[in-house]
Design a protein around this ligand. Structure first.
Ligand SMILES: [Zn+2]
Length: 63
């Protein structure tokens, strides 16, 4: 699963691409801050991460 560092405490927050696209909020397990990742604002980064993930899945032969 991809993860982004919490803006407050830097704990990695695991996210799901589908949730971002739906506009869901993510909560940090450590400090409980709520963050919203905008798909539009982070499109380039997210798509790059998704590409990498897909490549890795291909390499490993998992779906
Ligand atoms: Zn945090």
């Amino acid at each position: 699963m991809p993860a982004i560092p919490c803006p407050k405490c830097k704990t990695p927050i695991v996210f799901d691409f589908n949730d971002i696209i739906k506009g869901e909020q993510f909560t940090c397990n450590n400090c409980s801050i709520k963050i919203t990742l905008s798909y539009e604002d982070n499109k380039t980064t997210l798509l790059k991460a998704k590409e990498k993930l897909d490549e890795l899945k291909d390499e490993l032969g998992i779906d």
